[in-house]
Design a protein around this ligand. Sequence first.
Ligand code: MSP
Length: 512
Amino acid sequence: MSPKPFTLTAAIDYANADPHIGHAYEKILADVIARFQRLCGRGVFFMTGVDQHGQKVEQAAARLGMDTQGFVDSVAARFRTLWETLGVAYDCWAATTHPLHQQIVCKVLRQLFSAGDLYKSTYRGFYSVRQEQFLTDKDRDATGKFGPEWGEIIFLEEGNWYFRLSKYLPWLSKFIETHSEFVIPAFRRTEITHAIQHWKQDLCISRPRSRLSWGIELPFDQEFVTYVWFDALISYLSFTGYLSEDPVEEGRFRQRWPALHILGKDIMIPAHAVYWPTMVHAMGFSDQQIPQLLVHGWWNFDGTKVSKSTGNTVDPFILASRYGPAALRYYLMRDISTGRDANFSEERLILLCNTELANGLGNLLNRTLSMVNLYLGGSLHPGFYSHDTNTIREQNRRSTSEYFLRMQSFEIDRAIMAIMDIVSRSNAFIEASSPWELYRKPKQRAKLAEVLATLHESIRLAASLLAPILPKESAAMLNQLGIEAIDFSHPDPTLRTSLAVSPPQPVFPKFP
Ligand code: MSP
């Protein structure tokens, strides 16, 4: 049996409008984590996709006068084009109108129905049309009103199917208490504990077909379709091979599961931290099989959340064409600390890309390659390292450890800073060792070769570590250095054979 892959999912986006930078951020974050795991030699299974059912989607299609399936397919294509543009390389695309998913949702529903975990009842109360959700008193704000985030609120009385979530709350409380690793960052755990403290209600898992037809029909009552969140959460199972009729795929599921779910703070409670663990627990999953949550913050613009429902969006297609996909990837990973919010600023994007990538790393590459070409005829040979260069190498080793620690705990911004430490150290080393002066003194030729070999090694290290964040630029740098990436399972970067470098080519543009 091959070792367990690192399975990660990024929330499936609503197929009711075009993607914005909030969506782009989450998928790039997932892609960077996936690529980092591969860098560490681990197999990876990365799933994302689109959430295509529900009222919001049906209404958006109707507004455009489009057939709903045609509409969701066209939105899915926009998302896929964006992921292709931004280099988000998922292994599996989860679109909830796919027949495989419909089949698994029905299997899960039948299983819960047979176990007595579903029942029919009548609800009388408030309902948020925007969130497609029944509201309770705990959804009121401090003034006793339902806040603007719920959009239009109507009073409803209707029969529906319910999942006996409340039956599993004692288990959930105990689980949260005893599994501190369930949610990352750890400070989110208190929010979950508070949310479930006074929780009493079961989960409504259906919508009457008379009101909403765009959904998966309940296999035991054709008057109803499945509530969009219940359907969407199950996508994590359908597309990883759960209950597959193909025994090979079923076996893969057992290896892949549990997953790490990446999602924003707005969908942690109740969906991912209350509905989802109780659903999988009711399906018979053990505590070890409950997925972990990595909860990120929001990108805001002018202080409010970038969101299509408020119209406060920033278009990633425009940014990628204006600055290139690498600049957008770099900025979205560099200027937010995972779990916290950040304010989107085009000026910051320009500033960070210009100072750190163009002036810092790009300049280092350019100067080093120019000097190797000019002073050493473009070749480097294995040599020795003296005290000075060994000091730099030791400091680089420390930055590398810092990078790995930060990446393993999903602190991508801090990991990038560790790479930038290597870059600034190397640029300072050029100034301190003045290779142009060593070149003028014939007796210093060995020293000159040693300095340039050390710089070459530092850039190789920085480029190798940058690979999960900027894969194409990392490869372009290594190509000019005339060497492959460092293999971090044997991380000794010492030059063992002679090599020829290329003339420098700009890798990072400078923006006006
Ligand atoms: N379809 C549901 C998720 C179902 S997962 C089983 C959904 N879709 S969404 O399109 O509204 O959001 C998708 C993801 O994008 C969520 O994780 C959400 O938190 C994230 N973001 C949406 N706006 C965001 C920002 N402004 N900033 C960062 N991420 C945010 O919810």
